[in-house]
Design a protein around this ligand. Structure first.
Ligand SMILES: *Cc1c(COP(=O)(O)O)cnc(C)c1O
Length: 443
């Protein structure tokens, strides 16, 4: 394949994409059109080597630059399934889970519970009880009511539960409003700025059966630089020093959350996780010495940056409709039921005609799903080689928050998730739903 032709299909977006001699899009060296023909469409493909590479960028760099005991936790809400917990475990990652359904899934494949961190801003008494039954290592507590409920249950069981408290450092990471959660005005955590976080910590330290080890914050999502993390680290370490001064308690763990970005479109910047972690580490060291505070263990919760660029969704084109004087619509056999992100956030995606991946992308269209909802779009003004009925259309970078957010709207069965192993073998990690699956809860 000539370089110019590769550039035409946007190979520069991620290095695991290519074009083969038949002009088909490849992912991890496998022909996506061939895989779509054998597994059917819609089809969600995951490049396992890419997932492992991203995990190692975190595990290896964090081991190198942060205090001993520092660890990345896979934010499993990005793609929660048994296979992802197996892979995360085999790569030495911890995991962040946000519900008992995720917890159940992780536990069912033997994910070590001491490396599970339980999030959520409204854990019910049942959730707390189930998580304690499972032996979850650490609760990331959000609010006062949760602390009291957890303290009571842990006391009844005669255990001491390890806890991290979620606080809001008051940072606006200049990202999408709906995924901007580090600000003071947030449904998550307790604000430092208002003095409420300090009050809550003082109260927490008096509660029985809880051991507060550290603090958590999460500044947002899709960050293409480390400024929000560095700003957060400054505020958090200064606050940890203030906690030591006011309570005598030295907290040893600082969880800076997730949020590193991934290139979805060519205009997104290139981004290196190791380089950015080094920048954050240097600032943390400075900050600790300025506050005369011992360097805490750092936890990070990457979700998107672990799985997003490993994923490609392949659809079959059903129709290409040009409304005279307006625009063109390309309809595919999936949509907001497997990828609701455009409908939710107007998220950017790159599409490719996987069947003609070397052809020039000279056709602009709105890519529409098959669901009965006019907002069911994958994207607007998307550039691609003009498709015809039967062509395979690939949406790139769909590994995060696609399957995880999928639904059975219109009683459309969910697609399968197929992993491509480093040796090129494929395996079904989540099978395609049947109509019986879709109706299985109806009585
Ligand atoms: C969503 C979320 C993450 C993961 O964010 P990414 O942008 O996918 O890295 C991590 N931690 C918390 C608390 C979150 O809410």
């Amino acid at each position: 394949m000539l370089d110019t032709e590769l550039n035409v299909m946007g190979k520069m977006l991620h290095t695991n994409l290519g074009v083969n001699d038949e002009g088909h899009l490849t992912l991890a060296g496998r022909d996506t059109v061939e895989l779509a023909e054998s597994y059917g469409t819609p089809l969600m493909l995951m490049d396992e080597a890419r997932v492992r590479m991203r995990m190692r960028e975190y595990t290896e760099t964090m081991r190198e630059v942060f205090a001993p005991g520092s660890m990345p936790l896979f934010a499993s809400k990005a793609l929660s399934c048994k296979e992802m917990y197996r892979i995360a475990h085999s790569e030495g990652m911890g995991t962040d889970i946000v519900s008992c359904g995720e917890l159940y899934t992780a536990n069912s494949v033997g994910f070590p519970m001491e490396k599970a961190y339980f999030h959520g801003n409204n854990k019910t008494d049942k959730d707390i009880s189930y998580a304690l039954d499972c032996g979850v290592g650490t609760f990331i507590c959000d609010n006062r009511e949760e602390l009291y409920a957890l303290s009571a249950q842990a006391k009844d069981r005669g255990i001491t539960q390890r806890v991290i408290l979620r606080v809001t450092p008051g940072i606006d990471p200049h990202t999408h409003e709906a995924i901007n959660t580090g600000k003071v005005d947030s449904k998550f955590g307790t604000a430092i700025e208002t003095g409420q976080a300090m009050e809550l910590i003082k109260e927490l330290l008096t509660l029985p059966a809880l051991e507060l080890v550290g603090l958590h914050c999460h500044v947002g999502s899709l960050c293409f630089d480390s400024k929000p993390f560095i700003d957060a680290a400054h505020i958090m370490i200064a606050f940890m020093a203030a906690v030591r001064e006011q309570t005598g308690k030295t907290l040893t763990v600082l969880n800076l959350g997730g949020g590193y970005g991934v290139r979805y479109v060519e205009s997104d910047p290139e981004f290196s996780i190791p380089e950015n972690l080094r920048l954050v580490s240097a600032e943390i060291k400075k900050c600790c010495s300025a506050n005369n505070f011992p360097e805490p263990q750092i936890l990070l919760e990457p979700g998107r940056s672990i799985v997003a660029d490993a994923g490609v969704t392949v659809y079959t084109v059903g129709s290409v409709k040009t409304i005279t004087g307006y625009k063109s619509y390309v309809s595919v056999d999936g949509g907001m039921s497997d990828n609701p992100r455009y409908a939710l956030y107007k998220s950017d995606y790159t599409v490719l005609n996987a069947s003609r991946a070397a052809a020039e992308r000279d056709f602009t269209a709105t890519v529409a799903g098959r669901l009965c909802e006019s907002g069911d779009l994958i994207g607007e003004d998307m550039l691609m080689a003009k498709p015809q009925r039967g062509d395979k259309l690939a949406v790139l970078v769909t590994g995060a928050y696609n399957y995880a957010m999928s639904s059975n709207y219109n009683r459309v069965p969910r697609p399968p998730v197929v992993f491509i192993a480093p040796d090129g073998e494929t395996r079904v990690a989540i099978r395609r739903e049947t109509f019986e699956d879709v109706a299985k809860l109806d009585v």
